[in-house]
Design a protein around this ligand. Structure first.
Ligand SMILES: [Zn+2]
Length: 292
């Protein structure tokens, strides 16, 4: 880190082109954006922000809920920085108050509640605010009798909030049990990466658990496991494809197909589209045109 400024200045404007980390194809950023940040050559899925995720899933505008909940640094935690300062700089950099956006909107005309996690906010970590917001999203789905979709992108529990962040696992899981008893669907989408306490709680509790291609999904990271068990892990361990083969995920869906797949799944679970537009006025007594 920090070596970028020491490099020779590039004459190409920043951010105009991106190199695919998988196939090394140089991509025009605008084209990549239109393709939902999926490499058109090799289908590498670039990480996207919570807002981009909502744009990719919802029809047009959505309503954001609880945007102002913030952590109050209950442990007065400090690592290399004061947690308080880390929060402040992250808020400035992302324009968000914590690592999840909760929204209500329509997905191909189906009313849904969506919670999308933001990796740029301290690794998408789950502290009390993320826990509270996702719990409220579940309660909102219950109240409105609407399906819930949670898109995870997270390193796990937020260690700067210690046990309070771990408690969120139980809290969200309990709320999801109520959603289940009310027979409302919960679809969990696991994106790169989904690890730690997020995987170990709500991300694996979906009626349908969908992974994005090649996403890293696990509890502890492969390096930690390898060091603990002193064994080489199989190729592709903890990637979506491996997890589908071993029954941890239900399916893998390309981001460009996600909206359609979700629509079909939610309809299967009983969701019905909202009426598109008010029906045309029918004039009493007027004869319909004969066909042909
Ligand atoms: Zn590529």
């Amino acid at each position: 880190m920090g070596s970028a400024s020491a490099e020779k200045p590039s004459r190409v404007p920043e951010g105009l082109w991106v190199k695919c980390p998988d196939c090394a194809q140089v991509l025009y950023n605008k084209d990549l954006e239109k393709n939902l940040h999926v490499c058109p050559k090799c289908a590498h899925h670039f990480r996207i922000s919570a807002a981009e995720r909502l744009r990719a899933l919802l029809d047009d505008d959505w309503t954001e809920h609880f945007p102002d909940l913030t952590s109050n640094d209950p442990l007065r935690f400090a690592d290399t920085k004061l947690y308080r300062d880390r929060l402040r700089t992250t808020m400035e950099a992302t324009g968000l108050k914590d690592a999840v956006i909760v929204a209500t909107g329509r997905l191909n005309r189906l009313d849904v509640v969506v919670a999308a996690m933001e990796y740029a906010f301290i690794g998408g970590s789950m502290g009390v605010v993320v826990g509270e917001k996702i719990t409220r999203a579940v309660e909102m789905a219950l109240e409105r009798r609407q399906p819930l979709i949670v898109v995870s992108c997270s390193g796990g529990a937020r260690m700067m909030e210690g046990a309070l962040s771990l408690m969120q696992m139980a809290k969200i899981s309990a709320a999801l049990a109520r959603l289940d008893r009310a027979r409302l669907p919960f679809v969990s989408i696991l994106t790169d990466p989904t690890t730690g306490g997020v995987t170990a709680s709500f991300a694996m509790l979906g009626d349908l658990n969908i992974g994005e291609p090649k996403a890293l999904i696990g509890f502890a990271g492969p390096r930690v496991i390898e060091q603990t068990i002193r064994q080489k892990l199989p190729a592709g361990f903890q990637r979506s494809e491996f997890l589908v083969e071993h029954g941890m995920l239900d399916l893998i869906v390309d981001r460009r197909e996600m909206k359609t797949v979700l629509e079909r799944a939610l309809q299967f679970f009983g969701a019905r589209p909202a009426p598109a537009a008010p029906p045309p006025l029918v004039v009493a007594g007027a004869d319909a045109e004969p066909p042909g």
